[in-house]
Design a protein around this ligand. Structure first.
Ligand code: PFF
Length: 458
């Protein structure tokens, strides 16, 4: 039987609610905006295959470990790990995992909200027909105009941050849960509609082939590392978001099964996003351009030239706002419960403080696209630095510490009690992945992030 501690912040009303919330955290700009773009850059099918392997062998084991920590600790990430390390007679210094997570969450949110703001701007533009009949040059100019206007970016950034704050301020049951329970199914329906549209209007076969045909000639060790980093970001791992969601789980819910479902849903959404986007891009004879370009420039051109494009374009951008919103809720939640528990303040006040913090840092990202573009730290703009610091350093660092802590330092019988993996083979696979495969793999991500290219195959 699992240990019966409960979270003072309430619990999910059901297993489905937890799955929806965690999937809401996982599915975001990472799946719909970033996954198609890096798949395009890294050779299509082979990258997708490696990504899926990373999700299975690295992502899922770490996810189990992270949710385990939250469910056992029942507190904010720092206090949960402190509690568990005391129980296990380990150094309390491991609570730094929680600190890294809270920091990473706020830093990611600061630029995530800016990009989500672009999505809001584009949904309005598409809805009002501003983008109808636009060509590639016009779309590029339009995008350029948006990102070079700090006031407009600030307005969207602020609106997005307020929406996020309002939902989280209402708490787990009335805020988070009711939001994701409605948003997640809506998101899947919209995405499926978009895939159907793209299968009729786009070059569906070519898009499918691009995504599924593995061309290993383009794969390098670095491709594997990029796929692994994406698995971290996309599954919301290494920063306490799923730890916090795990702390709201009632004790009778099985962690392993639930994690597999979440990873599966996240991967399905990424693949659907690819299926929705690639055929349209290909049928328009456009290139798979980089980052923001793929959706905000290329796809708007595609939508503009297609019958029904205005409607589907609008739906697409709305879908992206939903996805970003449910992810941002989980980015801010670790800091909120830490503030509540540490300083004994109300949820509304904690949400306001955390959001203000992220909002202020976000101004740096906004300026890095325009008047502050020349400001470089380590040869990176503020936005690039924040992205680099979080994705390449903080998330892998959090992930490796979580998996080492749980895999090596928590007593096996205590893990078994909570994880309840019945099959001996599955239990062995999990331990092997959490103790050996995941830590080694994550070290490679980190060393690569630090610029030490480990060309062990050459
Ligand atoms: N998983 C989200 C995405 O794919 O967009 C981003 C994210 C959310 C990362 C929450 C980390 C996190 F804790």
């Amino acid at each position: 039987m699992a240990i019966n501690r409960t979270s003072s912040h309430g619990e999910w009303s059901s297993r489905t609610a937890f799955i929806l919330a965690a999937t809401g955290s996982a599915v975001g700009l990472g799946n719909i905006w970033k996954f198609p773009y890096i798949t395009g850059e890294n050779g299509g099918g082979a990258f997708v295959l490696i990504y899926i392997l990373c999700v299975i062998f690295i992502g899922i084991p770490i996810m189990l470990a992270e949710v385990y920590l939250g469910k056992r600790g029942r507190l904010n990430p720092i206090a949960s790990i402190k509690y568990i390390s005391e129980k296990e007679n380990r150094s309390r210094n491991w609570q730094v995992i929680g600190l890294i997570g809270i920091l990473a969450g706020i830093l990611i949110l600061s630029y995530y909200a800016v990009i989500a703001g672009w999505t809001m701007a584009y949904s309005v533009r598409t809805a009002f027909g501003t983008l109808n009949n636009i060509d590639a040059v016009g779309a590029a100019t339009m995008f350029e105009n948006l990102i070079s206007d700090p006031e407009r970016l600030l307005a969207w950034h602020t609106i997005f941050m307020i929406i996020t704050t309002v939902v989280v301020a209402r708490g787990v049951k009335s805020g988070l849960e009711s939001a994701v329970v409605r948003l997640m199914p809506a998101l899947l329906v919209l995405l499926l509609a978009l895939v159907i549209f793209s299968s009729i209007e786009g070059k569906f076969y070519d898009g499918l082939r691009f995504m599924l045909y593995p061309d290993f000639s383009q794969v390098t060790w670095k491709t594997v590392l990029i796929a692994m980093g994406q698995a971290f970001f996309s599954l919301s791992l290494g920063m306490g978001a799923l730890m916090v969601y795990g702390s709201y789980l009632s004790s009778d819910i099985s962690i392993p099964q639930t994690c597999v479902i979440i990873a599966l849903l996240d991967t399905i959404v990424a693949l659907l996003a690819g299926l929705a986007i690639f055929p349209i891009v290909l049928s328009s004879g456009l290139e798979m351009t980089q980052g923001p370009g793929l959706i905000f420039q290329t796809l708007t051109v595609a939508f503009a030239t297609m019958p029904g494009g205005q409607l589907f374009g609008t739906l697409f951008f709305i879908l992206l706002i939903f996805a970003a919103w449910t992810s941002s809720i989980s980015l801010i939640e670790p800091m909120i419960i830490w503030l509540i528990e540490k300083y004994n303040i109300t949820r509304i006040r904690a949400a306001t403080i955390a959001a203000t913090f992220a909002w202020l840092i976000g101004i740096g990202t906004i300026l890095s696209f325009n008047i502050g573009a020349e400001i470089k730290i380590f040869n990176m703009t503020i936005f690039e630095l924040l992205d680099y610091l979080t994705s390449n350093i903080l998330l892998p660092m959090g992930g490796i510490m979580i998996t080492i802590f749980v895999g090596w330092l928590v007593a096996k019988e205590n893990i078994d009690v909570e994880l309840e993996i019945k099959s001996n083979i599955l239990r062995f696979i999990w331990y092997f992945s959490a103790r050996i495969i995941a830590p080694i793999a994550v070290i490679f991500v980190m060393l690569n992030a630090l610029g030490l290219n480990l060309n062990i195959f050459s």
